[in-house]
Structure formats: structure tokens, C-alpha cells
Design a protein around this ligand. Sequence first.
Ligand code: HEC
Length: 344
Amino acid sequence: MPCDGEHECMKRRLCLVLGSALALLSAAPQGSGIPTTREDHMQMTVRLPAAPSDRERGAEIVAAARRVMARFPTVEAAERAGFKKFLPGISLPMEHYTNGWWAAEAWFGNFDLDHPTSLLFKRTASGLTPIGVMYTASNSADEAELNRRIPLSLGTWHRHTDDCAPPSGTPIAEQLPPNARFGLEGSITTKSACEAAGGTFHPIVFGWMIHVYPNESDPGKIWAVDMGGSMHHHHGESDAGVTGTPIAYNGLPIPLDKLPSLAVAGGDPRSGAIVFANNCQSCHGIGGREGPDAPELAGSSLAPGQVAFMVRKPRAIDPKSPMPALPLDDRELADVAAFVSGLR
Ligand code: HEC
């Protein structure tokens, strides 16, 4: 993968260093039943339907993140309070300043919104500006624990996975994009391939992380996985109106009154969220918003039967539709229809 632009390349380098040079904290169990999707080097939670209290919780989180940023408006203020730059000596477009005590608190279970693990500063022409905070959880956290911290309906918890640390003496060209083999941007993603290449495989690097950018005016960006980055832009991001700001809705290419219904059983939206993440989100975006290759489904008032029709017969109305026929069974169809029709 080529990296275009200086920032992108620097970010890749960060990932590389992360992947190959740091002490690793984890040999923890991989799944613990948390609904996630995976891609190379990254595991991300699925955007679940919101519980009634999630909206209020979202507002609390945003308010706390703003409070913390007001306490540490500059890097100097953060350093005076004991925050340390992650990867000292390497200048990055976005810097993490980490508080070891707060990191330990979060790791050992004492979660406090006023004690994020890291402060995020963006490099601008006028210096480093605070843009957000990062909360964390240990790899032993289960779904209920992640939800208690930041609900899965609001943000995307993620962790770095499948790291192949290079053997010593590996040429730098094999560690850096565009032709990296090792590290979190490398082409090696499995234990067997890593061992065959003489590297050391780490299934999980660090723990669960989640970024919050409370001052973004576009609510979709408040919970972005990777702000300003292109690594994960194709997932789309959203916050389902947590800040109270309605998200502009541009309508569907096939208008609702032109889309027939298919009889479909009642489904479970939670299971549907997982079906959606695995089959639909790459085009339609996380939570059906801001997808790179397909219209916004959230807020569309689609009936479950209309979703089912589109999934079963994507080319019935528009023979040139790029939407593929997906091999879902009837249960999955009912569940995903329930999930999509409930997206607000
Ligand atoms: C490869 C990309 C892609 C995938 C994967 C995909 N879609 Fe779509 N989908 C589209 C596109 C593009 C459209 C726009 C309508 C068209 O071009 O026919 C669309 C339209 C829709 C519509 C609305 C039709 C309308 O305009 O009224 C629904 C509902 C829908 N998709 C549901 C789903 C569901 C549910 C899944 C997963 C099971 C899914 N899609 C997977 C690309 C995709």
C-alpha cells in the first residue's frame, strides 16, 4: 500500500514503530464474546443499537472530555502534570500524551471519565493544539465493561492485532510502507507467516482504546476511530445524534415509495448489528452512515420488509445497482432488516 502525503506516511511510521519496537502487554484472550469485526491488524467493536440511556451517557462523555482538555490546554500543562509523549523523539501529526497513573487506573478497573489515558494533540502551524482524549480498557474487559465506559452504540472500541515484530537486522524497507512486511502496517498478518519470516507474532498489542474528539462540529467525527486519517476512513463514522445535532439526510437513490417489501420475520437488532458489520458496513458505513460506497441508511425510515427486498433482490429496481446479492440465511436477513429499519 503506498502512503500519500507526509502525514499519512508519518502515521504509517507510528504504526510500524508501535508494531515492532514496543513492549507488548498482552497475551490476553482474543474475543471474550465482544461483537467485533476484524481487518488486517485491527479489531473493532460493532456499532450496536442504542440503549435508552446511551444518549445521555454520550453527552456526559463529551462534557468530561471537554473538561479535561480545558485543564490541559497545552502540551506544557500536560507535561507539568506528568503526561509523557508517546514515542518521544518522533514527531507525529497527532501526538498522544499519556498519564501512566490514569492508564493504570483504567487498566485495573477504576474507570473515570475525568482521567483519560491520553490527551490528543494535533500538530498545526501554530504548534500542538488539543483535539481530544483517549480512553482505554484492559483486554480482560467484557462487553458490559466496555459499554459501561463508552457504549458500543456510540463509539468504536478498537485494538491493534496481528503484529509481526521483525527479526533483528531486518532491512528498513521491509519495516516501512510502502513495502512493509513487518509491524502493524505490514503485509504479514498471520502467526505462521510471521514465524516463517523469522519474526515474533503478537496477537494483540496493548488493550482496548477509544478516541473522543468532543469539539468536532460534525457529530460523526466526535467518535471517529482515527481522526484525519485515511487508514480507516472507509468505515464511516457516526454518532446517531448524541450531541443533539441532527445529521443531514440526503435520501435514498431508490425512493421509499418505489421500493417494494418482502415478507420477513421479526428479527433481533443486536444480532442484526453483527450481520450488518460483516456484510454491509464496508459500503454503507458504521451504523449505516457516511459509507464510502453506498447511501446513508440511518434515518431513512425503511421498513424491515424493504430492507429484506433490497438484500434479496438488489438489482430488481436498478439492474445496474452495484449492491451485490449477499448470501444471508433467513435468520440473518430478519435480523439485519430489524437492525437497519431501526437506525436513526
Ligand atoms: C458493495 C457495496 C454494498 C454492500 C456490501 C451493500 N450495499 Fe446496500 N447499497 C449499495 C448501493 C450502491 C446502494 C444504492 C442503491 C443502488 O445503487 O441500487 C445500496 C442501497 C441499499 C438500500 C436502499 C435502497 C434504496 O435506495 O432505497 C438498502 C436498504 C441497502 N442497500 C441495504 C443493504 C444491506 C442490509 C446490506 C448488507 C446485508 C447491504 N446493503 C450491502 C451498496 C452496497
